[in-house]
Design a protein around this ligand. Structure first.
Ligand code: UDP
Length: 378
């Protein structure tokens, strides 16, 4: 049987990598990788680290790309790949335009669709941002739904998805995290060595990331004001901020935060360096989905700069606090974690609701059983 994996962004690459690697160990299953290049540079770094060489590269991005043309190009170019490769399954991930458009192409072609990280919902159907629509559309046409948690499974059940097609797996990001920790331990990585020379050995680190479109206008200004205040209040701590390449983020961040001695602004880090830095930090302030899933497995409290979340499990488990984008709240919650060791210790020892690093094995087991069942029917 043949599986075609289609993805295009950095987080998809990180979360798909362990699944691809797990399937590559199966002698009876052939895997082929198609990247859309929705994120170019940041995705390529991930592929290099996990030693995944794409078989197809649709290279869809161009200047001023719109969602209309992005969707159209992915569907059209993928048609040729599907006709040439004729997979039995197409695997997509999460809520990107790549995932949605690839699912539609696979659906038109009549190929079974496996959706990894299925069932996340913000329940905001009127959001001007495409993620909620992307994940819902994908759920409607996917054949197999790999839900990271019971909450995501229940979301799918409430949309009348057949329970026999849903598997709760945990999030594959934890598989990627554990795998990368052992790769980092075994090898030498120039970006990690560079970070070690920049960050004093005994420094206490607050790691910051942010990229969400919903924060692009006023959000990032307030976020940066908060970071500035945190830096000034805590001169003994260092805020390390790998800044996302999106110009809407980058311009605001560099304008407000350049020149503050204990704020280190830098280009996005490659995945191993980022994992090393997460592990090295005291706490994390972010609007990233993946980071709030990963960090609790390293015992790092996470403050999430968003007003809504499609990851309520983390908030319920207490591994994450939703602080919104108002400067006062970001500053006060950060200060509470810095000043109150009991609060910090409690938060950093909580169980991660996103799994144990065995999600990929569960996905492989389900597909093998599915193939066996089809063989029996034949
Ligand atoms: N990440 C990385 N380098 C960075 C920042 C983040 O490799 O400089 C990784 C991080 O470990 C996580 C993923 O990128 O696995 C998260 O990506 P992002 O925040 O862009 O997207 P989201 O998870 O919100 O979809």
């Amino acid at each position: 049987k043949k599986i075609l994996f289609v993805f295009g962004t950095r987080p998809e690459g990180i979360k798909m990598a362990p699944v691809i690697k797990a399937f590559q160990k199966e002698a009876t299953i052939e895997t082929t990788v198609c990247v859309t290049g929705q994120h170019r540079e940041m995705l390529d770094q991930v592929l290099e680290f996990f030693q995944i060489i794409p078989d197809y590269d649709l290279n869809v991005m161009k200047e001023e790309q719109t969602l209309y043309s992005l969707t159209a190009i992915i569907i059209t170019k993928l048609k040729d790949v599907l006709e040439e490769y004729r997979p039995d399954y197409v695997f997509v991930h999460g809520d990107t335009t790549t995932a949605m458009a690839a699912s539609i192409a696979a659906f038109y072609f009549g190929t079974k669709i496996g959706h990894i990280e299925a069932g996340l919902r913000t329940f905001n159907n009127r959001s001007p941002f495409p993620e909620e629509a992307n994940r819902r559309i994908t759920s409607v046409i996917a054949d197999y739904h790999f839900a990271p948690t019971l909450t995501s499974k229940n979301n799918l059940l409430s949309e009348n998805i057949n329970p026999d097609t849903i598997v709760v797996t945990g999030n594959t990001v934890i598989d990627a995290l554990f795998e990368s920790l052992s790769i980092i331990e075994a090898g030498e990585f120039p970006e990690i060595e560079t970070l070690k020379t920049k960050i004093p050995v005994d420094a206490s680190i607050i790691l910051v990331t942010g990229h969400r479109r919903e924060n692009h206008v006023g959000g990032f200004i307030r976020i940066c004001e908060a970071l500035k205040e945190i830096a000034l209040k805590n001169p003994d701590m260092i805020l390390v901020y790998p800044v996302h390449l999106n110009p809407n983020v980058k311009n605001t961040v560099y304008k407000i935060l350049s020149g503050i001695s204990n704020i280190y602004l830098m280009a996005p880090l490659n995945y191993p360096a980022f994992v090393w830095l997460m592990n090295r930090s005291k706490l994390i302030i972010t609007d990233s989905g993946g980071v709030q899933e990963e960090a609790p497995s390293l015992g790092k409290p996470v403050l999430v700069m968003r007003d809504t979340t499609e990851r309520p499990e983390a908030v319920l488990a207490g591994t994450v606090i939703l602080v919104g984008t108002e400067s006062d709240k970001i500053v006060s919650q950060t200060q509470k974690l810095i000043d109150n060791p009991d609060f910090y210790n409690e938060m950093s020892t909580l169980h991660n609701p996103y799994g144990d690093g065995k999600a990929s094995a569960k996905i492989v087991a389900f597909i093998k059983e599915n193939i066996a069942m089809q063989n029996c029917i034949v």
